[in-house]
Write a protein that binds this ligand. Structure first.
Ligand code: GLU
Length: 288
């Protein structure tokens, strides 16, 4: 078993992160597997070295050790670019220059109202059929546009047996179909204009590169998993087992967000909590 913890260094780790990391770590260690760490720092507008340092510090304090070198997404921009070039030359992508306002107004016309999927408003396909946005080999994709996966170019057969197993809070086997992707997600952005990649593409390439067998993460990402399975199919990568765990909520039952600094591990540490106190708070140890 190979599990991983993949935080973004855009704020302090809070109790929800601690739960993810501890769970992924404990699952792997229980069967002599490996626990890996990956820093998801592709959003260079928000990632900060100081947050990355705090992540290492908090994880060490929690008593977690990881195997092998840390993978940093900012070191892998070439890998993402090569994959995108290949997808572009294979005719799977088109460039999209719509901004949020364009998408919203096109998606809400004529009267239906925009539909929201796990990746935002379902793209109405404005740029899909513009020949100038699919100017392929040998030119690389334009750097000043987003790149979308053109679901309509994918063969139905690619999704025969496309499914994933979740062993987490909502266990089951989930089917992934082209129909459902078209209806519920739309032509997903695989490269953002400001990043040269996207969360979805990077996470899929990195989980495969790290040989991750069990993806442990919060249930808020369950809706993104069909997108990841679709990309695994397109790229010929294996689908790991998923374990989407319950979300840690605050006492009012609200989901914890990065800005809830009151729930930051660093705050608990400063207040004198021990690592076992954190384990108790997230339900990994019985209450004292
Ligand atoms: N980097 C993501 C986050 O911090 C997690 C991605 C994942 O586990 O797939 O929310």
């Amino acid at each position: 078993m190979i599990t991983r913890f993949a935080p973004s260094p855009t704020g302090p780790l809070h109790l929800g992160h601690a739960y993810s990391a501890l769970l992924a770590h404990d699952m792997a260690r229980a069967v002599d597997g490996s626990f890996l760490l990956r820093i998801e720092d592709i959003d260079q507008n928000r990632a900060r070295p100081a947050w990355e340092d705090q992540i290492y510090d908090d994880l060490h304090w929690l008593g977690l050790t990881w195997d092998g070198p840390v993978m940093r997404q900012s070191d892998r921009l070439d890998v993402y670019r090569e994959t995108l070039n290949q997808m572009w030359w294979d005719g799977l992508l088109y460039a999209c220059r719509c901004n949020r306002k364009d998408i919203l107004s096109a998606a809400s016309a004529p009267q239906e109202g925009a539909q929201i999927g796990p990746d935002g408003v379902i793209y109405p396909g404005t740029c899909r059929n513009l020949p100038e946005e699919r100017d392929h080999y040998p030119s690389p994709p334009p750097a000043d546009a987003a790149l979308r996966l053109d679901l309509a170019t994918l063969p139905q057969g690619l999704f025969d047996d496309a499914r994933f197993t979740d062993e987490g809070a909502q266990p089951g086997t989930y089917r992934v179909t082209l129909d459902a992707l078209q209806r519920e997600v739309g032509d997903v952005v695989v490269s953002r204009r400001d990043m040269g990649t996207s969360y979805h593409l990077s996470v899929v390439l990195d989980d495969a590169a790290q040989g991750v067998t069990h993806v442990v993460r919060g249930a808020d990402l369950l809706d993104a998993t069909p997108i990841h399975v679709a990309l695994q199919r397109v790229l010929g990568l294996p689908t790991p087992t998923y374990h989407h765990h319950r979300l840690i909520r605050d006492t009012a039952g609200k989901r914890l967000a990065k800005r809830d600094d009151a729930r930051a591990i660093a705050t608990y540490r400063a207040e004198g909590a021990t690592p076992d106190d954190i384990r108790r708070m997230v339900g990994l140890l019985p209450a004292a």
